[in-house]
Design a protein around this ligand. Structure first.
Ligand code: DXP
Ligand SMILES: NCC(=O)COP(=O)(O)O
Length: 238
């Protein structure tokens, strides 16, 4: 069964909207774990639109499952933040400044030497590395020679196509996961996964280690409550 890592970016969005500490991000992380979350994911962006760099230090003190920090390693401040906190996992995402959200994986061919160097920095610090990739066979194959422990399959395209044709939507991800598994890579996935599309994805992807889910899960919690929502997502993975 793939692990569920809850991305709490949008809790920080709500907190920041009024300038105080409500909702309390640290308490929400503790509660997510108490409700069954098997990991906590945050994505501190340079503009700190939601997760602030200081949040990472506060969360590191209390996360007892797996702490996954996502971000763009081309930002030195991000590299220093991760090395200072040594999470269980870092997920490297090639975001360009000003993006509304993450919307592409690494070109692991043209960035091969750069990724090899930066991945070694994190692995030498004892941190598991995952890199964000599109479900493109060549990109997965080149990921294997970067030294990364895992890939994270960027699932927006799956989510977008799911309602029209779920078999067609999942096909490239199955193919990518089969190649990744054969090459000894761990397999994570995330972006726009939700209560409608998660079960089918998890049933079809071989050797799926972890999904990280935030936007839809936190939105669902507005209707179903956080504890019930986390349990609902876990049931999709059972
Ligand atoms: C990498 C990815 O797809 C998501 O984890 C990302 O963290 C979402 O970021 P926002 O919450 O800023 O949209
Ligand atoms: N890596 C994906 C993630 O952490 C959350 O993405 P989303 O569910 O907010 O789209």
């Amino acid at each position: 069964m793939a692990r569920l890592s809850v991305n709490i970016n949008k809790i920080a969005t709500l907190r920041n909207s009024r300038g105080g500490n409500n909702p309390d991000l640290v308490q929400v992380a503790k509660d997510c774990e108490r409700f069954g979350a098997q990991g906590i994911t945050v994505h501190p962006r340079p503009d700190e639109r939601h997760i602030r760099y200081n949040d990472v230090f506060d969360l590191k003190k209390i996360v007892t499952t797996e702490f996954n920090i996502e971000g763009n390693c081309e930002e030195q401040k991000f590299v220093e933040l991760v090395l200072a906190n040594k999470p269980e996992q870092v997920t490297l995402v090639p975001d360009i400044l000003g993006q509304i959200t993450s919307n592409h994986g690494w070109d692991t061919i043209s960035n091969q030497a750069y990724l090899q160097d930066i991945i070694k920095v994190f692995k030498d610090a004892g941190i598991r590395v995952s890199i964000f990739v599109d479900p493109v066979i060549e990109m997965v194959e080149a990921a294997a020679t970067t030294g990364t422990d895992r890939i994270e399959l960027y699932t927006e395209a799956y989510a977008t196509q799911y309602t029209q044709n779920k078999k067609q939507a999942v096909a490239p991800y199955v193919a990518a996961a089969e190649v990744a598994h054969k090459l000894g890579l761990g397999i994570n996935a995330g972006h726009d996964l939700d209560l409608h599309n998660l079960k089918y994805f998890a049933e079809n992807i071989p050797a799926l280690d972890e999904v990280s889910i935030g936007h839809a899960l936190i939105s669902d919690a507005l209707y179903y409550g956080l504890e019930n929502t986390i349990q609902m997502y876990l049931r999709q993975l059972a």
